[in-house]
Ligand binder design. Structure first.
Ligand code: GLG
Length: 832
């Protein structure tokens, strides 16, 4: 490598190599040095933000030393790597996680306190890196943590959005979106000004015939934008492996930025060009589980995919291997269909640029990719309009047509005369305009396709991808149940619980091997242990109660049952059913005598979550929650028996203090709609029980922890179609308790009823697509069982301890090992 230092001089470099801090005083020295030099502040001018920055920069130096070591070790090992392509990485905060993963938190906190600050306060200064919408993006972040912790040679590739998911403000009970500019100070990224890729859009395809008779396609004449790499170190837990997350940022291409225009005084149009280029990576689309089909989104996808593939191919080419070796060195995982263009782009590189024949190229491609599906909801499956696509990526459209042609020919050979089948599985849907079905392209171009929980993986095989199971055989389709990282979601979020578990199990090894939690089960009936366990829950609830008081001025009693539903607001997740249930509870309390009321279990119903800005129904649900909270919280008859709270701007760092503070959390999607859910795992892991439907990972959680420890209710996925059908033919009267709730809303108890008309309409004329009415009675009766169960504190403690002890399966380490063994075929690399 040309840029490396000659052998003879390397000893000097090694002598002065950067060293990591490894004790309190060294850490303190680094903090002070950064405050004084990097930040140009001093002891006379150091606030919490400056102290946070100093600590973060000190920690960053440590990570980057390990990062360098890791990259060298990976290059030397020259093993197969996995590339995880995701448009979303919902990382949250980094400092606390880095301190814990590197096992320096204890002395660092002591060091900071001697310098006059509290570590908790510094940690609170950090802005969340919120480059994702919800479960899909957070899963990608948990996977990065596990990949590094298990020492796999892995890279993440994503976009460096200037604006992550919007901040949510609640004003007069309504959601208002505020931009999230998070890059004012971000010590966790490194711009790589030397790593840039030119990316083209639009243009045309020139086709000509070579002397040997072969056809060559050249895509040219388009607009060029530059991708600039930013690297984010990802530290593993209990290892020095520090992997890389590479995020691309868009800027005008150096060739393109028009200095002519600039010099001739036409500043404005040259600035416009610049802005147009920068727009590509400017903002994350704020939709969860919904496809909107905007051109800029397709530009984002191609920009990111093309830059990433260029980078991956460049790295592969350094080894001078034959192209057929590519799948032995490279695995690429497509997180949902967002990066599906990578399949097409790799074909373009191999065929148009490297001049491989089509079949050889196609074999390489289909051995390289894996595709993870995250949803069966039809409105979430990506489809691109052919005319739009043709204009932006003309050569890619041709390649898709060819992929489709060869695929359909092979299907026809195997299933002759089944014209229906051909039109059903075609990548092109014959609608007006025609559209490209990205999921089909992803399946056809991948070696393996996986769902994210058992039920979901079965459903994709029997519903949306049924024909493809017939065509490719069942082995192409597999399941990898999601998991969450216990480092962030237990140790970091709930340090007291983690410490108590360590005390019982003898070490923190469970954070690396979560199945060790099994050792807790024998303490489930130990009265002292139960008390310590429940005391920790109580303190976590007190902390949440204080947060609620400080931010909303609502007083809640920490002894009440805390019932939490936090996730994106979506009709299929059924927050509307939850708030209807709350209204029903309110009405029953109102109807009770004083004596009856005295016997009730006090409850705090806590909601949180963002609605996509264009999702009017979701916004109406938020408005109903806030309206109900205004009425219920101020009703003197009710007092502490029922409080309703909406937590503003739910995000990763809020999830970290909400998960440890639940007694009960709600995972109540219409059966068959929530692919997995991952917060269900986080809540149980933190000693809460859940109320839920037989959906997604709830089913496997039940299998692991035992059905005595979960409050399941509602209809099953297999019955949903029939129930919907019955609604369409007006055969289902509304559940009477739900009817009462609707009447109360229409009476104006919660303000102008017109505001909520859409919600009522969805239940009636709308055909109750999400089956709220069908599940309502069993939902309410199951909540009664919860109240009864909560009265028996010893049994509750026992059940939560047993549940936690059986949650080992849900670590993302297990999920990543399954991907590594069954999909990627990669091995760990030791970094000393
Ligand atoms: C999806 C699904 C969730 C799933 C998550 C991660 O809706 O059920 O847990 O991905 O696989 N769009 C999502 O958030």
């Amino acid at each position: 490598i040309e840029s490396s230092i000659p052998l003879a001089l390397r000893d000097l470099w090694k002598k002065f190599a950067a060293t990591e801090f490894s004790k309190k005083e060294e850490f303190q020295r680094e903090v002070v040095r950064h405050v004084e030099t990097t930040l140009a502040r001093s002891l006379y001018n150091c606030d919490e933000l400056a102290a946070y920055s100093g600590a973060a920069l000190a920690m960053r130096d440590k990570l980057i030393i390990d990062w360098n070591k890791t990259q060298q070790a990976h290059t030397l090992a020259d093993q197969k790597r996995v590339y995880y392509l995701s448009l979303e990485f919902l990382m949250g905060r980094t400092l606390d996680n880095a301190l814990l993963n590197r096992n320096v938190k204890e002395y660092a906190a002591e060091g900071i306190s001697e310098l006059g600050f509290r570590m908790e306060d510094l940690i609170d200064q950090e802005h969340d890196a919120a480059l994702g919408n919800g479960g899909l993006g957070r899963l990608a972040a948990c996977f990065l943590d596990s990949l590094a912790s298990l020492s796999y040679p892995a890279w993440g590739y994503g976009l460096r959005y200037r604006y992550g998911i919007f901040k949510q403000e609640i004003i007069d009970g309504y959601q208002v979106e505020v931009p999230d500019y998070w890059l004012d100070f971000n010590p966790w990224e490194f711009p790589r000004h030397d790593i840039t890729v030119d990316i083209m859009f639009y243009g045309y395809v020139r086709r000509y015939t070579e002397d040997d008779g072969s056809t060559v396609n050249i895509w040219e004449g388009g607009e060029v934008v530059q991708a600039l790499a930013y690297d984010v170190p990802i530290p593993g837990y209990g290892t020095s492996t520090t992997n890389n997350l590479r995020l691309w940022s868009s800027k005008p291409s150096t060739g393109e930025f028009d200095f002519q225009k600039f010099n001739s005084g036409d500043y404005e149009s040259s600035v416009r060009d610049q802005q147009r280029a920068e727009t590509i990576s400017a903002v994350l689309y704020p939709n969860d589980n919904i496809d909107v089909g905007k051109e800029l989104r397709l530009k984002q996808q191609y920009f990111w995919v093309a830059a990433s593939l260029y980078d991956i191919v460049r790295r592969f080419k350094k080894s001078h291997r034959a192209w057929t070796e590519f799948p032995h060195q490279v695995a690429i995982q497509l997180n949902d269909t967002h990066p599906t263009l990578a399949i097409v782009e790799l074909m373009r590189i191999l065929v148009d640029k490297e001049h491989l024949d089509w079949d050889t190229a196609w074999n390489i491609v289909t051995e390289t990719f894996g595709y993870t599906n995250h949803t069966v909801l039809p409105e979430a499956l990506e489809k691109w309009s052919v005319p739009l696509f043709q204009n932006l990526l003309p050569r890619h459209l041709q390649i898709i047509y060819d992929i489709n042609l060869f695929f359909l020919q092979s299907v026809e050979r195997r299933f002759p005369k089944d014209r229906e089948l051909l039109s059903r599985v075609s990548i092109i849907e014959e609608s007006n305009p025609q559209v490209i079905r990205m999921a089909y392209l992803a399946i056809i171009g991948s070696k393996k396709v996986n769902g994210v929980a058992e039920l979901h993986s079965d459903l994709i095989k029997t519903t949306i991808f049924k024909d493809f199971v017939n065509i490719f055989g069942p082995d192409k389709f597999t399941n990898v149940t999601n998991g969450v990282t216990p480092r962030r979601w237990l140790h970091q979020a709930n340090p007291q619980l983690s410490a108590l578990i360590k005390e019982k199990l003898g070490s923190y090894d469970f954070l690396k091997d979560l199945s060790l939690l099994g050792g807790l089960e024998k303490f489930a009936d130990d009265k002292n242990f139960q008390k310590e366990w429940m005391d920790i829950k109580f303190r976590n609830k007190q902390r949440l109660a204080k947060y609620i008081k400080d931010t909303t001025s609502i007083s809640v009693n920490p002894s009440a049952l805390f019932d939490i539903q936090v996730k994106r607001i979506h009709e299929y997740k059924r927050q509307q059913m939850n708030i209807f249930g709350v209204i029903s509870r309110y009405l029953s309390l109102k109807a009770m005598t004083k004596e009856e009321r005295a016997k009730q279990v006090p409850r705090v119903s806590i909601f949180g979550g963002k609605a996509a800005p264009g999702y009017w129904m979701a916004k109406t649900i938020i408005r109903l929650i806030t309206a109900v909270s205004e009425v219920v919280n101020n009703d003197a008859d009710i007092g502490d028996l029922l409080k309703v709270v909406f937590i503003e701007d739910y995000n990763v760092s809020k999830a970290e203090f909400l998960c440890p503070a639940s007694d009960l959390s709600e995972h109540i999607s219409t059966a068959g709609t929530e692919a997995s859910g991952t917060s269900n795992m986080k809540f149980v892991l933190n000693g809460g029980l859940i109320i839920g439907t037989c959906d997604g990972a709830n089913i496997e959680i039940t299998r692991e922890i035992g059905e005595e420890r979960i409050f399941l209710f509602g209809n099953l996925a297999e019955d949903v179609e029939d129930l919907r059908h019955a609604h369409r033919y007006g055969k289902t009267p509304m559940d009477p308790a739900l009817k009462e709730v609707c009447d109360e809303i229409q009476k104006g108890t919660f303000g102008e009823p017109g505001v909520f008309a859409g919600l009522i309409h969805a239940l009636t004329e709308g055909g109750d697509y999400y089956l709220v009415s069908d599940d309502f009675a069993s939902y309410l009766s199951t909540h009664k069982l919860v109240d009864e169960a909560f009265k028996d504190t010893a049994a509750w403690a026992h059940n939560t301890i047993v549940a936690v002890s059986r949650m080992g399966f849900f670590t993302s380490d297990r999920a990543i090992n399954e991907y590594a063994d069954e999909i990627w075929n990669i091995d760990p690399v030791k970094v000393d």
